[in-house]
Design a protein. Structure first.
Length: 545
């Protein structure tokens, strides 16, 4: 690539973070470049420095605690690190846009979707309201949000994780930038939408001549999307080259490790005559739609519509489906964290009519691990305080020393140093934070754990570690897992039985081996095709029907 063709170039970039008197070097003299219209991938495990490098391009790091001991970043001949805030403001969101990994923390919870996407257009283009609305609708359609007119007035908390990420992508594409930085752009999306979004980014890059810097832990995405790859480890670039060459003949041991990392193995066998831990019969969660001046209920959103299931001791029951299919709502209803109709039986006792007070003693036996290890841990509490919180509520007679010992045991069980309990969540990588979240659930010695997308925010090698951890804990304690995920590769490695959900209903269910090897429903076949790059006739029509 000649100098004239280069759109962005980083030379000897270093990033340091000051914490008190200590300084940590997060990025150490990295150099990379992106050509106009080219897609370049920056890959590596959590903590490798790839996101920090990308944030440096637009100076979005927490200055002044962050600094650049060395380096320059040139964009169309201008050194961005030496640019003023006013100059950068003209570039951010207009000529260079960024899609962030965590849509819930990136979107303003107080503003509607229309206002947030429209704001980008108003600031940089000064469009009138009527044109802004038309452009917002066009963008929402492009990123795959169905019935966008109804979504204009929605707030972020009213959307699923996948829908929120699509809104973020619409905002980033609003002004047709020269360079789009995509930091894990499909992390929160189910497999079918991943394929659509990646195809969209590919098309836009080709049509607009837009360059794409792709930051991801998913090497399958890299293989599909990128022309060139930079592999990062511990703040340094250890290998670079054409994508085909890197995948066909990786030279560095770390690159070989990344390419080999994927959740493997088979689910632990379980006794299908084992005691039933929890079961449901005709479980429904309907949200009323109120219209008119008097706000009368005119219809319902049937998030869960007549689900019957049974989860046994030592079993992992996988619940799969696209965003908005009702997976998470089903799990929350089973745990009695939202109102529902229908029968819920836990350890032989009907709990569907239990009050919050009646449920409290059962909370220690029915635990949950959330999708987002960044948002589910309080930044104000130490790791020890986070894990012991349940013990304080459920076992108030325990002494401080007894609690500290139990916390140490829980941390050891999930593969972390017990001394970590005196540190804070921001000091840990995503994979370590998810281990802390698992320890918080395990410390109460539960019988059942709902795992809501526990690996979706993690890179591939850490996913494999978490899967192995969950397998080991289940075998040791005969735990029942309700495993909710859009990642069918992880589901295949961990789950004994699978439910496929669509529109609040179960469209297919059965032993995992049967579902993966011989799916009967066209929808299930299309999901598997998107996940494993298989060919299915009319796949797009099946998913959009």
């Amino acid at each position: 690539m000649s100098t004239l063709e280069t759109l962005l170039q980083a030379r000897n970039l270093s990033v340091a973070f000051a914490q008190g008197v200590d300084t940590t070097l997060a990025v150490d003299r990295v150099s990379f470049k992106i050509g106009r219209g080219e897609t370049v991938a920056l890959v590596g495990e959590s903590g490798s420095g790839k996101t920090v490098s990308a944030l440096s391009i637009l100076k979005l790091l927490p200055y002044p605690s962050a600094s650049h001991p060395s380096g320059e970043i040139f964009f169309q001949g201008r050194n961005l690190l030496a640019s003023t805030e006013d100059e950068l403001r003209q570039i951010r969101g207009s000529r260079i846009s960024m899609i962030f990994q965590e849509p819930m923390t990136s979107l303003n919870p107080l503003h509607s979707i229309e206002k947030q996407v429209g704001e980008v257009l108003k600031v940089h283009r000064g469009l009138p309201d009527a044109e802004v609305r038309e452009r917002v609708l066009e963008l929402l359609r492009k990123v795959g949000i169905r019935d966008p007119e109804r979504r204009l007035g929605a707030f972020p908390h009213e959307l699923s994780g996948g829908q929120r990420q699509r809104v973020m992508i619409a905002m980033a594409l609003a002004n047709e930038p020269d360079l789009l930085i995509a930091d894990e752009p499909t992390t929160a999306l189910d497999v079918t939408i991943q394929a659509q979004i990646l195809e969209l980014l590919k098309d836009l890059s080709r049509e607009m001549g837009m360059a794409l810097l792709l930051i991801t832990h998913d090497l399958g995405i890299v293989r599909k999307m990128a022309q060139r790859v930079y592999v990062m480890k511990s703040g340094r670039i250890v290998e670079e080259g054409q994508t085909e060459e890197i995948f066909a003949n990786p030279q560095h041991a770390y690159t070989q490790h990344l390419l080999a990392a994927e959740p493997k193995g088979q689910p632990e066998p379980f006794d299908d005559s084992a005691p039933v831990v929890v079961e449901t019969e005709d479980l429904r969660v309907w949200f009323p739609i109120k219209t008119g001046l008097l706000k009368r209920t005119t219809d319902y959103v049937k998030a869960v519509d007549g689900v019957t299931l049974a989860l046994r001791e030592g079993q992992t029951l996988g619940v799969v489906g696209e965003s908005g299919s009702g997976k998470t709502t089903l799990g929350l209803a089973i745990l009695r964290l939202i109102s529902s109709m229908g029968r819920i039986v836990y350890m032989g006792k009907a709990i569907d009519s239990y009050s919050s007070k009646q449920m409290r003693p059962l909370r220690k036996e029915m635990q949950i691990v959330f999708q987002d290890p960044y948002g589910s841990l309080s930044p104000r509490l130490s790791v020890g305080q986070i894990i012991e919180e349940g013990l304080i509520i459920q076992q108030p007679n325990m002494t401080y020393d007894e609690r500290r010992e139990r916390v140490s045991q829980a941390l050891t069980e999930v593969g972390l140093d017990p001394e970590a309990q005196d540190r804070y969540p921001h000091e840990f990588s995503g994979g370590q934070r998810q281990r802390i979240a698992v320890a918080r659930a395990m410390v109460l010695e539960p019988k059942m754990i709902m795992l809501d997308e526990p690996t979706s925010a993690l890179d591939m090698s850490v996913q494999a570690q978490i899967v192995d951890l969950l397998r080991g804990l289940q075998k040791k304690r005969k735990l029942a897992y309700l495993f909710i995920s859009h990642d069918l590769r992880v589901v295949r490695a961990l789950c004994n039985y699978v439910l496929v959900m669509r529109g609040g209903k179960i469209v297919e269910q059965g032993p995992a081996e049967k579902i993966f090897e011989n799916p009967e429903e066209a929808y299930t076949q299309a999901l598997l095709a998107a996940a494993f790059n298989l060919e299915v006739a009319h796949e797009a029509e099946l998913l959009d029907a």
